[in-house]
Each structure stands twice: as C-alpha cells, then as structure tokens.
Design a protein around this ligand. Structure first.
Ligand SMILES: C[C@@H]1N[C@@H](C(=O)NCc2ccccc2)[C@H](O)[C@@H]1O
Length: 451
C-alpha cells in the first residue's frame, strides 16, 4: 500500500557507518539517572520490579521524584574510568541514557530545568561521556525515551482536542531536545529510541518520520533503531507493508531470537539484555541480586546473537554515586578476557550460511574472509562434538582460536566431522575451521573414524 511515513529505505544499509556498527557486534548499554540513587527502594520499602520504574512501582509523583536532583552528586562519576571499563569489557560501542522515562536529562538541556545542570555538581554527563568514549575509539549512541513521566504535556492516549494540543506541545519539546542533542554532540553515531509503545506515539507516525529525517540531516549517516518509528497507520518497527523502519530491528528486549530461527538473519538487529533478570537501573535489593545472570550466560548470549547476524547490547547500571558494582566488574573481567583471545569469532562475524544450529554451541563466520568458527558452549557427555557439514564442504584444518594450536578431528562420513573436546576446556571454546568447497567429481573425503 502507498505510505507517506513508512520505511525511509529498503534493505540493509551498506555505508561505512552501518558496516562499522555491524562489525562491532557488541555494545554496552548504560542506564544511569535519578533512579540509580534509590536503587529500587523508597521509604524503607524495596520494590522488586525494575529500578528505573520505581516512580510507578512506589507511586511517586513527579514533584517528589524531582527532589532526587539535589542528591545526584555522583562523587564517583569518572568518564575516563567508564570508558576504560567499556574497553576492558570488549564493547565496541556504548548506548547511554540521555533521558529515560522519568524525563530527567543527563545533559544541560535548554528546553527544561529538570537536568544535570540543577544537580550539586552540574556536570554535563552526556558531554563528558561522549568525549571520553570517543577518545577511546568507542562509538556512542544516545538513548532517548519518548515516554516522559515528568513533562505536563505527556499523554498516553489522545481522547480530546485538549489532549491533542498538549501532546503536540510535548512532541515539539521532544523534537527540539533531539535537535539539541544532535547539535551539541555531532560525533555520536546513533540514537536509540524507547518508550514509543503508547497509543499517543503510535498515532504520530509523521512525527517519528520527521525525527528520523532531522537526525540524519544533522548527523549524516546517523544510525536510528526501529523503536522510534511508527507509520501513519500506527504500525511499529515495520511499516504496514512489512518494511523495516529505522536502520536495525530493536524489538528484542531481554530476549534473543530462537537459535533455530534463521529468518532473523535477513536483516540487521540488536538485542538488549540485562545482568539481573529485570532491572536496567542499578537495583540494590537482595531478591533482584539473587537472580543475576552468570557472566558465561551473558557471553553465550553474545555468541548466539552473532551466530544469527545480530548485535548484543549488554546493560550496566552504575550506582547512584557513579561507581560500578562488583558483580558488574566480574562480568567485565570474564567477557573482556574471553574476547581478548577469542574475539575473532565475534567481531566482524555473522551467521555461517549452511551450517545449522548444532545444539552444543553456535557457528559464526567472518563476513570478510568466510572463515567459519565453531563455538562450543555445551560439551556433550561423549566428550566429542559432531559437525554436520553443508553440502560439498570439506574441513581442511581446525585451530583452537584461543591458543592458535591445530586441533585433530575425525572425518566420520561425507557430511560429518568429529572433534574430541577436553572436558576441562574453558568454555565457550572456539575452533576456527578452514573449509573448502568440494566439487562432486573430487575424490570422497578420506574417512578416518578412529582418530
Ligand atoms: C531498554 C529498556 N526499555 C525500558 C522499558 O520500559 N521496558 C519495559 C517494556 C518492555 C517492553 C514493552 C514495553 C515496556 C526499560 O526501562 C529499559 O530502558
């Protein structure tokens, strides 16, 4: 159907900025704001829902919530240390909350007083972070919530002409804030929109279309996630003709596509995940802490995302004082150390066409060289992994990525090779496979099942 405000382009973007985003594969999400101070508790009561939703969980009105501005002193906030932590994690880009649902702005916006400028130290958090990350070669995306609990003209739905006038004022405010962000920080790489699921926003597809145009006019090549967009019929992420809006699909929140689902490999996408089961802002509650994911679970999510052609955006919620909690530093050390020696199977990689999900782990392939990687995350009880090869494919040799040492393997039949895996191996265990196409006339592979 003809659309005025649908997808602005067809198919994957192939410009340098998007190729870099695709190559990066691994980003660090940062949720930091007023919610980081109470960290899930209010007036002595702990609410186990997401810490950044505390105003809703505890019924705290905007005026009382704004009282936290005086407590946002952030004595431990050190942008250089944050940038070093992102580098140690192995993240190639960072997405930082400039304004979350509570409406508090981490940059000194001229459009409102509800910003860091009103805090005791008045630092331009976004400006200092953009400088520090960029100086370390880490790209920055700015998170912006369209949903805004603080602004008096925010509406969840439009049910009167007064609502419409108010919400139009809100959308003008948000549009001017986004212009301000793109103008103040022109070297950010992209914008990550959130809070766009309400009827009021879905009814304003033209506004979302104009925002995408404006941001890409102010910052040529800027990357915008699909969550910003609705078309004139209220269709989100994909327009009413099914075309992806924005530059990558961003509907996977705290979940990944099924490892069998190869349909997702048709487009760029990013999944965002948390270390706790469900809190993006720092949550100090013992019950929430009990459900933190193991670092290797998060690492497996990264490998799974890459095997399906997506990026993983792993969230960290610094504490109210600007420091990171020990459990987050553990994740940084575990993932950073593994990526230091095994990053070849992640960065610049994507799905290995023709190699089906094996169950003991994931296949990735280097988008440039075609090198195939078998990444083992579950060692079978037999202590060996079987690889089902694509048609007319031969494995010439195999190397352990972490050590560079050749790895013996048995050719069981025309389509199967088998690796013995040391059960004491550190997993995920990555093998680099040098493969070649066999034509049918070539001799059958030498079978050596006893190896
Ligand atoms: C990236 C995350 N999105 C925000 C959020 O509101 N998630 C809750 C939610 C998740 C899915 C549909 C509607 C609402 C969370 O607070 C994080 O910022």
């Amino acid at each position: 159907m003809p659309l005025m405000y649908g997808a602005q382009s067809e198919g994957r973007r192939d410009d340098e900025t998007m190729r870099r985003f695709r190559h990066d594969r691994f980003g660090q999400f940062i949720h930091w704001g007023l919610y980081s101070i109470p960290a899930g508790s209010w007036n002595g009561v702990t609410y186990d829902y997401a810490a950044e939703f505390l105003p809703q969980s505890a019924g705290i009105g905007p005026a009382r919530w704004a009282g936290l501005v005086d407590d946002f002193a952030a004595p431990e906030f050190d942008p250089e240390a944050w940038a070093s932590l992102a580098a140690d994690l192995g993240a190639r880009y960072v997405t930082v909350t400039a304004k979350h649902h509570d409406g508090f702005c981490l940059w000194p916006s001229s459009l409102t007083d509800f910003t860091v400028a009103a805090t005791p130290r008045g630092r331009d958090v976004i400006g200092e972070l953009v400088h520090a990350y960029t100086a370390r070669g880490i790209a920055v995306h700015l998170y912006y919530s369209v949903l805004d609990w603080h602004h008096p003209d925010w509406r969840y739905a439009i049910s009167s002409s007064q609502d419409e006038e108010a919400f139009d004022r809100y959308l003008s405010y948000a549009g001017e804030q986004l212009r301000e962000l793109a103008t103040r920080y022109p070297n950010v790489r992209g914008f990550w929109f959130d809070g766009t699921w309400d009827e009021s926003v879905k009814a304003n597809g033209r506004w979302s279309w104009e925002i995408e145009c404006m941001l890409k006019r102010l910052i040529p090549g800027a990357i915008v996630n699909s969550r910003l967009r609705a078309d004139e019929h209220g269709a989100r992420h994909r327009d009413s003709n099914g075309a992806l809006m924005g530059d990558y699909f961003s509907g996977f929140e705290r979940r990944l596509p099924d490892p069998w689902d190869r349909t997702v490999t048709a487009e760029d996408w990013e999944a965002c995940v948390t270390i706790p089961q469900n809190s993006w802002g720092y949550h100090a509650g013992a019950e929430v802490a009990r459900t933190h994911k193991h670092p290797l679970e998060l690492l497996e999510q990264l490998v799974q995302a890459v095997s399906l052609g997506g990026n993983l955006l792993l969230n960290f919620g610094p504490r109210g004082d600007g420091s990171f909690a020990p459990f987050e530093k553990d994740v940084v050390h575990t993932l950073g150390a593994w990526l230091e020696t095994n990053g070849a199977c992640i960065y610049g990689c994507g799905p290995a066409d023709g190699w089906d999900y094996p169950g003991w782990g994931y296949y990735t392939a280097d988008a440039e060289t075609g090198a195939v990687y078998a990444v083992v995350t579950r060692i079978p009880v037999s202590g060996a992994i079987a690889l089902q090869l694509p048609e007319r494919t031969r494995v010439r040799n195999a190397t352990a990525v972490a050590t560079g040492r050749p790895v013996p393997f048995a050719v069981r039949d025309d389509r199967t090779v088998r690796f013995e895996v040391d059960r004491a191996s550190v997993i995920p265990l990555a093998f680099a496979l040098e493969v070649e196409q066999r034509d049918d006339t070539a001799e059958q592979p030498e079978v050596n099942p006893d190896l």
